[in-house]
Ligand binder design. Sequence first.
Ligand code: ARG
Length: 457
Amino acid sequence: MKLWQGRFSAPMSADADTFNESLSFDQKLYRADITASLAHAQMLGKCNIISEEESQAIQDGLQSILSDIESGVLKIENAEDIHSFVEENLVKRIGQTGKKLHTARSRNDQVATDFRLYARESCDKAISLIKALVEALVLRAKEGAKYLMPGFTHLRKAQPVSCGQYFNAYSEMFLRDLDRFAACRRRLNVMPLGSAALAGTSYPIDREITKELLGFDEISENSLDAVSDRDFVAEYLFAASLVMAHLSRLCEDTILYTSDEFGYWNIPDEYSTGSSIMPQKKNPDLPELVRGKTGRVYGHLTSILTVIKGLPLAYNKDLQEDKECFFDAEATLFSCVSIYTALIEKITINVNRMFEEAGGGFSTATDIADYLARKGMPFRDAHAVTGRLVQYCIKENKTLFRLSLKEFRTESELFEEDILSTVTPRASAEARDSVGGSSLNAVRRGVNAVRRRLKKF
Ligand code: ARG
C-alpha cells in the first residue's frame, strides 16, 4: 500500500510502479533516514505534538528496524522508496502509533535531510581517503627530494626538476581538493527538516531540537528552497570531478613513466596486468582504468546540473534523479583514490635512469642564458647565444654540460671557468631555490608546507 493511497480508487499499475520506484537505489539512505526520523520523533514528543510514550514507542521501533537491517534480518524490499519502507515497517512493528511519525513532515523535507546526512558522511570519507593519498605522496616527495628527473613542458624535456618537487605538485592539487570537500561539507550542513512539503508546517515544532540532534550547523531559512535545493550534490560532484581530473593526470604520467621508452618508474607485478595474446606485455591497466573512470564522474556532474536546470519551485520528482549519479560518483571516487594510494606507495623509482634523462634535451640551456644575463648581457641576446650553442651541440652530437670552456667562448667572451659547474643538471636544480622551486632545500620546505596544511583536515 502506498503512503498516499487514500486519494486513489485504483492501485498503481505494475509498470508505473516499477518506473516510479527509488527503493532499488535510495535504500543506501536507510541509516540516514532512520537517524533523521529518530530526531523528528524525539522532537514531536518534546513539543507535545505527540505524547512522550508515543515518541518513545516510535523511537524503539525505529531502533529495532535499524538493527534488523544492519544484521541482515530485515531485507529492504517491497516499497516505493526507503522512506515508505521504514514507515511501513514501523507500523507493522508498533501498530497505529507508527502512523504518527509523519506528523509535521513530508517526504520532501525528509529526503532532503536524509541526503544531506548521507553526503556529509561521504565528504568525511572522501577527505580521509584523499588525506591518505597525500600522505603517500609526502613520503615519496621526502625520499625523492634529492633525486633529479626531467621536468617537461609540451611533453618535451624543459628543465631538470626534483623528484620530490614532482610529487609535491600532486599534493598541492589534492590539498585543494581536500579544501573543496571541507567547504562542500560546511555548506551542506544546513537542515531542511521542518520545511515539510514546501510551505512549512502549522504544528508547533522546534527545529532547534532536531538541528542539535542531527549535528547540523544551521536551519534552512526558506522552506521552498530547502526542499528543492540540490546545490550540495552538484558541489560534491564537482569536487569529485576535480579529484578525478588530478588523478587522471597522475595516471597519464604513470603510464608514460612506466613505459620502456621512459623507464622512470616500475609498477610492481601485483598491480600490473598482462596480455592474453602477447606474452611479453606488462600493462598499466589500473592507471588506464582510473583515467577512463574520470569521464564517468564528469558525466554525473553534467547529469545533476542538467536535472536542476529550469526546475520550477519547489520539489519536483526530477529530483529523485539526484541519487544514482551521486552514489556512483562516490563509489568511483573512493575506489580510484584508494587504488592510487596503493600505487603511489608501491611503484619503484629508477633513480639513475631519471638522473641520466634529467640532463638530456639540453635541459640546462636556460641556466646558460641566465649566466650570461647575470654578466650583463641582455637576456634576449643571451637566449640567442645559447640557442646557437644548442645548435652546435646538435651538429656535433654533444651535450651542453660536456662542452669545454673553449667551445663556450666561441660564442661569447663572457663565459669563464665557472660556466662548467653552472651548466650541470644538479647545479641547475639547486639554483632554483625560490619558494616552490627545485633545490633540495626548497623541496624540503615544500614537503613541510604540505604536511602543515594536511593537518587542518
Ligand atoms: N523518492 C523521492 C525522491 O527521492 C522521495 C520524495 C518523494 N516526494 C514526493 N513528493 N513524491 O525524491
